[in-house]
Design a protein around this ligand. Structure first.
Ligand code: 5RP
Length: 220
């Protein structure tokens, strides 16, 4: 079994009957959605929201009941991946471009379980370029502001075109070097006009399930 699948399937054990669930995005969340689908087909009764069009499609294929965001007061549990996580469970997310919906869903969840293989667990965040979602019409100004903040921003592309998020925005992948103070950087980025949100998730994750190369799983 691969490590992402190992972590994902362990985390799905926390899903119980009657819960409202947030479905994450990415190649690790894929395994969680598959496993939740399997349990739904065996009789588990849940309702779910998806953090991306890709996860929505997968959930539909799996037979997971999806409901619109505005029909829910909140979520019991969200299971999602991360690009990096540290000991305090600060995260970098957005490698798959879904950070805005992922953050909104995480914020409205009582619990956020992060699933990852052990390569994602780091001492300090910052090796993975921080995804920053920006509005398209002012992209040059916003990229320049990010550069003034000390980043080396690169506009994300896909198949030689600018990558567009599910919300119609662009992503600037920003190399800040080692992020010594994630909280401060998060605040500073949110204060920048043109920035919609950024991939730093501070104080949102409540638990992490890490798949180890020796075949074990650690729950942090
Ligand atoms: C998508 C995300 C993903 O959770 C993150 O990129 C990890 O992806 P993967 O599980 O494929 O490594 O934040 O926006």
């Amino acid at each position: 079994m691969n490590l992402k699948q190992l972590a994902a399937e362990k985390a799905v054990e926390y899903v119980k009957d009657g819960m409202s669930i947030g479905l994450g995005t990415g190649s690790t969340a894929y395994w969680a959605i598959r496993k939740i689908g399997e349990r739904v087909r065996e009789g588990l009764t849940i309702q779910a929201v998806a953090t991306s069009k890709a996860s929505e499609k997968l959930a539909q294929e799996q037979g997971i009941p999806l409901i619109p965001f505005d029909r829910l007061e909140g979520l019991d549990l969200t299971i999602d991946g991360a690009d990096e996580l540290d000991r305090e469970l600060h995260l970098i997310k957005g490698g798959g471009g879904a950070l805005l919906r992922e953050k909104i869903v995480a914020f409205h969840s009582k619990e956020l379980i992060i699933i990852a293989d052990e390569s994602k667990f780091v001492d300090k965040l910052g090796t993975f370029p921080l995804p920053v979602e920006i509005v398209p019409f002012a992209k040059e100004w916003t990229m320049a502001s990010l550069e003034e903040m000390g980043a080396r921003p690169m506009l994300r592309t896909e198949d030689e075109h600018i990558f567009v998020t599910d919300n119609g925005n662009y992503i600037a992948d920003c190399r800040f070097g080692v992020i010594e103070n994630p909280k401060e950087l998060h605040r500073a980025l949110l204060a920048l006009p043109g920035v919609v949100d950024n991939g730093l998730f501070i104080g949102l994750a409540t638990r992490a399930v890490i798949g180890r190369s020796d075949g074990t799983v650690t729950v942090v």
